[in-house]
Design a protein around this ligand. Sequence first.
Ligand SMILES: Nc1ncnc2c1ncn2[C@@H]1O[C@H](COP(=O)(O)OP(=O)(O)OP(=O)(O)O)[C@@H](O)[C@H]1O
Length: 575
Amino acid sequence: MNWQRRLFDLVQPQRGRMLAAFGLSLLASLASIGLMAVSGHFIASMALVGAGAAAINYYTPAALVRLFAILRTGGRYAERLFGHNATLSILARLRGWLFGRLIPLAPAALAEQRGAQLLSRLRADIDTLEQAYLGLLLPSAVAACSTVVVVIVSLFWSGWFALLLLPVLLFAGAWLPWRLQARHADDAAQIDRDAENLRAAWADALAGRAELMVWGMEDALDARMETLSAQREAARARAQRGLARADALLTACSGIALSLALLIGVLGMQQRTLEGPGLAMLAMLALAAFEPLLPLPLAWSRLAAIKAAALRVFELADRTPAVSDPVVPVALPKQNDLRLREVWMRHAEHGEWALRGVNLDLAAGTRLALVGPSGAGKSTLAHLLGRLYPYQGSVTMGGVDLDRVCADDVRARIAIVEQTPYLFDASLRDNLRIAAPDADDAALARVLAVAQLEGFLHNLPHGLDTWVGANGVTLSGGEMRRLAIARALLVDAPLLVLDEPSEGLDALTAAALYKALADETRGRSVLLITHRLGGIATLVDEVAVMEHGRIVARHDLHAAVVAPTKLPAGAAISP
Ligand SMILES: Nc1ncnc2c1ncn2[C@@H]1O[C@H](COP(=O)(O)OP(=O)(O)OP(=O)(O)O)[C@@H](O)[C@H]1O
């Protein structure tokens, strides 16, 4: 299906609003043309009456002038109202639809997209698509229908005039805008590319402004932005010149049409087939016929950007989620024994394997620390358990493969605290309630206390209503991580996976955290991913060592001393 058809199908539910806006816009346009034509006729007639040349019916044209004037003014107002209403509904529909498509894609199927770029591009693309109706389709449809009506009306006055007017209108209303957009398609693509690069550079510069200042990179970034802006401005100037030329040609065409009207009118008067008022009316009609065509060059210059935005949005929306729920999902049994057999996983389709045949048994109630050098694949294992990436091999819980279970069911059994958790630009309360929307303040305070944030909460003037800022910008790394732990504790999951929970914490707080977590998760399984082995014996009973995507050793912490060669360099266990 081509992009126009898909876009049209998508906005189908708004067709009532779109049709209403079209009807009103056409009414306003025809009323405007009618007003000019009847006024021309009326003024010329009145002049002739004044010169004593004729007597006329004064009331009908005067009433028509008033009617057209009212319709034009009212129509324009209602057209704006309905047009913008239709556009906003289209925007809401497109945003909702795209959001629904993108969420299942994250993060695996969007792995190669930079977050800032994706965000800025989507915002801009959806805004561009919004113009497809109000900025392109509506003016084109109104211009086409108005032209047909003008030509039919002209036929009643002069067949010759209609015949000669038609090609001029077609040239100005169809050929000119089409030629303009075809000629400047490259410029439009360049403007589009530069705008996207500029937006991404801006987003990066804002997010990484501290680094840029520390490393003195502001000048380099300024220079890059200047180059991009200059390129974009040059393309815009070329496109503007093209637009100005098209506008000038359009004005020239209306002059030609006026000349034709006068020529044919004068000839008609000589042959007594037309009178003075008829000539004035034809002249005004010729001029007014170009009014609906005036927005077309600008409207059609948007086509390339709209097409590019639509193709990008559809390409993204058409991606298949890397992990999707099975067609016929199986329920998880009550048992919570986790077993991994020969599990292989990578982050991108043709990328390096991050897990290379992992075998791991985690019987219900087991508390295990997963240690190993950086890049060994520990966090990847956590992602796998969160059903965020596809894997090969077998991962079962209670004997049922997680592939056969709905991701939501898996996440109700396995709560994961990411190494770099994400906090939303919302209050502390809202960030916690993502995990348990019905949790009351007492429950939130309780899990915050387990996460050793009781004092922190106590010192906040706005308590749970405190705004944490975009990605928890107002919090320290350690506070963010503990907030994420508190969030995970709200889900009473039988298996808790903690990725570096003590990172950024002083030794005393880390020890208190492990102790509180041990009490809180009594009877449940814990998988603790960590580099810092100090104090872990409070929380876990066993240690597994991971290297190059495999588990290479496993030891009972309370029974044996861990083989030093299998621990990351510099690590030492102190119970
Ligand atoms: N999103 C990603 N896309 C591509 N490759 C990734 C991604 N995340 C991790 N990797 C790669 O996968 C491998 C395993 O990374 P992982 O984060 O699981 O290691 P880790 O043992 O948790 O390391 P650390 O202790 O430093 O957190 C690494 O080679 C890493 O570069």
